[in-house]
Design a protein around this ligand. Structure first.
Ligand code: IPE
Ligand code: IPE
Ligand code: MG
Length: 248
């Protein structure tokens, strides 16, 4: 039996992949464990998926780890997640360096504690020189937060005469987003069977291929990533054109 990895067209690996890592809590509860156990196991999935993604040549992997809405969860779970982010990032550090992975964070990080922020900044600084894959962690992130912030910054610059109204276009607007410089996802994966975007990368996903799987994040590992990419490789991305135009 050929594996999903063997079936992949190595010349058509997506440049940019984003994942909504969902289903930790339900996965844990199903086996009589608490939700935090699900998050802990999810940390291991990140480890596997990050290495697999870098290994097949994905250049940008964006992981939705914590939304602005997730701040409304019970305080115990929020605190456990914040602690977990710090220990997880520290545990990934060696692998990120040995696999040439640069880590960046997008999100409203002013809402994190100073200790959490400093810890994350340390990993960002240490991996800043890595030139292989960029691991983008979306923490305290939401698309509406990001878009409102961009609009405010653009308005302020127009008001101050630093930006001309006529210069505002798609590319210009993208430069005011937290994901500035990160290519729009070619592929978005959401685990756990939910069919929604949950305030994630709404501008950037305009032309992404969407892939939904019932597998919960703690069970999403290398094989599931390769399977998703294989599915992606069987799509035809038309960007508004006709199929005939593409084959010319
Ligand atoms: C995803 O799993 C992780 C975060 C949102 C932080 P969930 O915690 O949302 O798990 P479910 O969806 O409740 O099962
Ligand atoms: C989306 O998952 C956010 C992350 C995966 C970090 P949620 O579990 O918070 O999404 P909803 O609330 O079910 O849409
Ligand atoms: Mg969820």
């Amino acid at each position: 039996m050929t594996t999903f990895l063997e079936q992949l067209d190595k010349n058509r690996i997506p440049t940019s992949v984003a994942i909504i890592m969902d289903g930790n809590g339900r996965w844990a509860k199903k086996q009589g464990k608490n939700r935090v156990f699900g998050h802990q196991t999810g940390v291991e999935s990140v480890d596997h998926v990050m290495e697999a993604a870098a290994g097949i040549g994905i250049k940008y992997l964006t992981l939705y780890a914590f939304s602005t809405e997730n701040w409304n969860r019970p305080i115990n779970e929020v605190n456990a997640l914040m602690d977990l982010f710090v220990t997880a990032i520290n545990s990934y550090l060696e692998k990120m360096l040995s696999h040439n992975i640069r880590m960046v964070i997008v999100g409203d990080i002013d809402r994190l504690s100073e200790k959490t922020r400093n810890n994350m900044q340390m990993a960002i600084d240490k991996t800043a020189g890595c030139t292989g894959m960029t691991l983008v962690l979306a923490i305290s992130y939401s698309s509406r937060w990001e878009i409102v912030r961009a609009v405010k910054n653009i308005a302020a610059e127009v008001k101050d005469g630093k930006l001309n109204l006529d210069d505002i276009d798609d590319a210009c607007f993208s430069n005011y987003l937290a994901t500035k410089g990160i290519p729009d996802p070619d592929l978005l994966i959401r685990t756990s069977g939910e069919l929604r975007i949950s305030n994630f990368l709404m501008w950037q996903l305009s032309y992404s291929e969407l892939y939904f799987t019932d597998v919960c994040w703690p069970e999403f590992r290398e094989e599931q990533l390769y399977e998703a990419i294989l599915d992606y490789q069987n799509r035809e991305r038309r960007f508004g054109k006709t199929s005939e135009q593409l084959t010319k």
